[in-house]
Every structure is written in structure tokens, then in C-alpha cells.
Design a protein around this ligand. Sequence first.
Ligand SMILES: Cc1cc2nc3c(=O)[nH]c(=O)nc-3n(C[C@H](O)[C@H](O)[C@H](O)COP(=O)(O)O)c2cc1C
Length: 370
Amino acid sequence: MTQALFSPLKLGALKLAHRVVMAPLTRMRAARPGNVPHALNVEYYRQRASQGGLIITEGAQISPSGQGMPATPGIHSEEQIAGWKDITRAIHAKGGLAFLQLWHVGRISHSSLLDGRLPVAPSAIAAPGNAFTATFERTPFETPRALETEEIAAVIEEYARAALSAQRAGFDGVEIHAANGYLLEQFLQSRSNQRSDEYGGSIENRCRLVLEVARAVSVVYGANRVGIRLSPFGVANGSGEDEPLPLYTHLIKRLAHLNLAYLHLIEPRASGAGQAEVDHPNVPFASKLFRPHWPNVLIVAGNYRPYTAAAAIAAGRADAVAFGRLFISNPDLPERARRGADLNTYNRATFYGGGAEGYLDYPALEVSIQ
Ligand SMILES: Cc1cc2nc3c(=O)[nH]c(=O)nc-3n(C[C@H](O)[C@H](O)[C@H](O)COP(=O)(O)O)c2cc1C
């Protein structure tokens, strides 16, 4: 019943043995100070690696100003690159493939994480809701500082440098995080972008930064090792475009010219980005809306289980499916999907921060059936 998940797939320059992808999952367990990936994280990814399976890592901030939560790992210091190297080695040792998710949070941050400086964003508009402080407290988002036009080239350069660092850390490719209300999505959407320069206003202008970042990262890695994640219907972190179709249709058509390895779409029915049990019924699949404009691999995510994922692939609605919460609680999710085995349930209380509990202690099949 889940066979459709287990046929090989050419993904840009790479070949996957199956289509059960690990979605990017922030867990806030990097070592501090320095926000460095360490032994705890190596073991977590090692547990979740599988022969020919793709892991997309948690978002890694491309620069100090790209950080939005405490203990999220970065990809901008030598120490961090060395930490990630241990992770790619562990994933590769099990025959797996690893893409690093490149992340800049923009306004979804707090000055306590930024040496007292305000977060940066397309416009000086505060996100609704609460930020994480450096000490894991919650406090209302501050009004960010709007980036000057002249500063934007440096942000693009940070993405390119982070891609180079990911390459040095042994990643097979990178995923550009342009979803869930973070910096790139803030530029895309009119709610957070009210600029009057060439990066704001028209759809074409709001898409400019994402396209320039995609081009810059592709120069580093080769477009066939670059993916991009979008959440056209997302409402996470104060995002939400009133009319997403014209914006995202334009963007995806333009991205298609860049010949990236894959497009990773969060489904309209899962607009909560996994932060809550959101499942909107009776909405179209992402693939129905956007697949006609996208010639390469399409990965979808959001509220999938192995059977529904296999059905989506069998019906041609996706080429691969990324699993988030179920990959947290099932380190051997591909094997469980292959066997049609029961799945462990996840504990939301241990998603963010902490140590091994709720991170390394979900049992694999061999252990759980003893
Ligand atoms: C704890 C947690 C952390 C997440 N971190 C990220 C992240 O770093 N980058 C990202 O693009 N999405 C992130 N997401 C969203 C997931 O990748 C995924 O899209 C979402 O959970 C829906 O898929 P699911 O129903 O299979 O869990 C996160 C979700 C959860 C639950």
C-alpha cells in the first residue's frame, strides 16, 4: 500500500532510493554559547538517516542577525561548520543524503538574541504574537528595523556565503527557507513588505529578493543541488497573503527558469506549519495549484501519513513527501512506512529546547516490538 514511496527518484544531481523525506525541524538544541551543532544533534540525525533517504535539516541561521530563537544552530562560524561536518558524516555513513536549510528569520527575532540590536525586516512592522528571548522567555515581537536598499546586497551575500559553508560542511545541497513568515516570505507578502524601492510594491518587486537569493546560492552549489521551500497559504508567524495565487504563481514560474533541484510546498490544509493541529478540509492540493508551473521535483509537506503520502505520489500529486512531526517521533519512519507498521505518537512539549528527552528516546521498530 505504500509502495509508491519506495521507487527511486532523481533529485537534481542526486538519486534518492525512496521518497520519505525528513522535513526541516527546528529543535533548539544546539550547544551554547556559539549555537554550535554537537554530539546530541549528531545522534538525532544519525537515528533518522536511511539508505538513499533525504534529510532536510532544521533551519540554520545564515548570519548572527538571522537568528530568531535561542539554541538554533548557525552556519556562519568555523565551529558551526565543524559541528555540521560531524552530522553530514553520520548521515552519509548510513547511506543518506543531507540538505541544509538556509534560514534568516527577519522580524521573527528579539534584540536579546542580537546583541541588543533590533531585528531587521523589509518594513518596520512588528509581527503579531510573541518572540523567544535569549533565555527562552516569551515577549511581544519588537518593531523591526527596515533594511536599507543598500543593505540588501549584503544579505544576498550572506546566503551565498552560508551555502559555501554548507558545502564545506559536506552537505549534498541546500534548501532556501522562503516559508513560514521568515525574512524571505516577509519580502514576498504585502502584509510585511510595504517598501517603495525595487524590493517592494508590485509582485515582481516583492519576488526580487527570493529570486536573487536563489540565483546567488545556485552559483555556489549548482542549481541542481538547491531546493526552495514555500508556504503559499501559510499563516505562521503573522504571515498570510490575502490573494496568494497570483503572487506564488508568478514566483514559481520565475523559479522554474532557474532549474532548481526541487520545489518544496507546504500544503494549504496545513497552514499552521506544524505549530498546532491545523487541518483545513476541502482545500485544493498545492500540486493542483502550482504543479503545472513547475517542471522539476515537487516535494509536499503538511499532515501526511505514509498511506496518504503514497496515494499522493501514486496520483502524481507529488514526487516525494516530507514528514515533520512524525519524523520527530519515528526515527525509522521510512522503514515503518515500508512495513506499514504502527507509528509512535509525538510529544509536543519536547519539540523545542531541552536535551535527549523527546529527541533521542523515541524507539525504532526493532526496539519497540521487543
Ligand atoms: C517542532 C517543529 C519545528 C519546525 N521547524 C521548521 C524549520 O526549521 N523549517 C521549516 O521550514 N519548517 C519547520 N517546521 C514545519 C515542518 O517542516 C512541517 O512543514 C510541518 O510540521 C507540517 O508537516 P507535518 O504535518 O508532517 O508535521 C517545523 C515544525 C515543527 C513541528
